[in-house]
Design a binder for this molecule. Sequence first.
Ligand code: FFO
Ligand code: ATP
Length: 206
Amino acid sequence: MDTPAGASLDDQKQALRKHYRAARKNLPVAEREAQMALTTGHVRSWLDQNAEHRAFTAVLPFGAEPPIMPFLMQMHDRRYRILVPITEPERQLSFVEWTPGVAMERSSVAPIDEPVGPRVDFRAMAEVDLMLVPAQVVDDQGGRMGQGGGYYDRFLEKVRTLADPPKPYAVVFDHELVPAGTFPVEDFDQRVDGVFTSAGLTLFDR
Ligand SMILES: Nc1nc2c(c(=O)[nH]1)N(C=O)[C@@H](CNc1ccc(C(=O)N[C@@H](CCC(=O)O)C(=O)O)cc1)CN2
Ligand SMILES: Nc1ncnc2c1ncn2[C@@H]1O[C@H](COP(=O)(O)OP(=O)(O)OP(=O)(O)O)[C@@H](O)[C@H]1O
């Protein structure tokens, strides 16, 4: 993608976010759903083979984000515990358990609705098998660009202080796994250890 020479990193990232957001919107809904049926099949296999706690984190998709609600419903029926993020002041995240039909409430800090319920912080990740992390785009060294809040960067930094932290794996559409160098990765950007696409799980050596 072309970015103007001399643009600041923030400007470059904003232009790239715009580009990838538009690309998502241009993917027909049937294509988004077809990719995610395959992609979440790989997530389900991974969890069924590796989950000790039968618990994972995910996001409730908005806009053109990967449509994973059917997967979340299925995993809930299969008695997995599913934690989803709550946006807190100062770009911090807490997590709350999601169940189908749980009451939703507008976040105090972001224009999104989030489940109501008891909140836990990063320490609760000690009892989670996998963190499914949202991303707009991921590179083949685990570099990740999100929506720009820095929420997951701050959160993952803290999770990594735990004794035996669960791994963060991104879930993206196929065209969103790109070569390193496609977008800037800064020091504070937390890398993911793998990414699920319709082709399966790609792991990054780190
Ligand atoms: N589904 C989901 N939940 C998530 C995240 C995410 O990336 N995806 N986040 C990851 O860190 C945190 C929230 N991040 C947010 C980032 C931007 C906006 C926001 O201002 N959105 C605008 C425009 C976005 C759009 O609709 O396309 C808006 O809603 O008006 C809200 C929340 C926690 N929850
Ligand atoms: N660990 C951190 N501590 C303090 N500030 C941070 C930290 N990580 C990121 N930031 C700040 O957050 C801002 C947004 O970061 P970035 O553009 O990488 O977000 P993102 O990873 O795309 O978003 P998200 O994690 O919410 O999906 C940056 O301006 C950065 O300075």
